[in-house]
Design a protein around this ligand. Sequence first.
Ligand code: ADP
Length: 252
Amino acid sequence: MAKHKRATIPAVELMDMNKWYGEYHALKNINLTVTPGERVVICGPSGSGKSTLIRCINRLEEHQGGQIIVDGIELNDNLKHINQVRQEVGMVFQHFNLYPHLTVLENCTLAPMCVRKQSKDVATANAMKFLERVKISEQAGKYPSQLSGGQQQRVAIARTLAMGPKTILFDEPTSALDPEMIKEVLDVMVSLVDESITMICVTHEMGFAKRVADRVIFMDAGEIIEEGSPDTFFNSPKSLRTQQFLNQILGH
Ligand code: ADP
C-alpha cells in the first residue's frame, strides 16, 4: 500500500497479525491501533511475545499473516516501505546496542549524517542538544565501555531522539540495569511525555506504566489478553490471568 493521507492516520495499526518461528505460533491474531502521541505500555510474563510484537513494528522480525501499517505505510517485502518505516520509528533495546568503537557523540551523529544526510556540524549540534536533554553531554567524547549501564541507555535514548522519530519502541529498556540506575533512565523516559512522540514500551516497571501510560496492554502466550487505562487495568483487571500476573509482579 502506498503512503496515503487520511484525517487521522494511526501511528501503528496491527490487523489480525500472526507470527511464527518455524512451527511455533509466537503471535496470534494481534489487533492493535495506536494513535499518534499515545503512550502504550505492554506487559506480560516472559515469553509471551511482547518483544516479538514490537520488533515486528520496525520489521526486525517479519510477520506472516495479517497487516502491519505504520503511519500509513504497510510493512511488507517492499524495501522502500521498510526503510521509510525505520526512519520514522526508533528503537531502544534492553542491551543499549551502542557502537563500541564510536564515541557517545559519534553514536548520536552517525545515523543523522548517513540516513538524514545532515552535515557534520548540524548533526553534532543536534546530537549535543539531545545529549544535554538526557543529562550526559559532558560524556560526549567517551566510548560506551567507559560509561555505566544507565548512562549508556541514556545515550541510546539520545541517539534515537536525534533521528527525530515519530514513534519510539522501547524493549525492556531498564531490565539490564542495576537497580540504582533504573530511575535515571525512567526519568528520561518520563520527560519524553512532553513531546508528541508515540511511545510503545515493553516494561515490567508498573510504576512507570501508572504514571505515563495512556493504555496498558497485557499479553500472554502470544495473545493480547486485556487492555485498558492504567486505572482500570491495575484496579479492576477483568481476566484471571491478568490478575495473577499483577499479583505476582506487584506482590499482593
Ligand atoms: P517476551 O518479550 O514476552 O519475553 P519474546 O517475544 O521474546 O517474549 O518471545 C516469545 C516466544 O517466541 C518465546 O517462546 C520465545 O522463545 C520465542 N522466540 C523469540 N525469538 C525467537 C527466535 N528468534 N526463534 C525462535 N523462537 C523465538
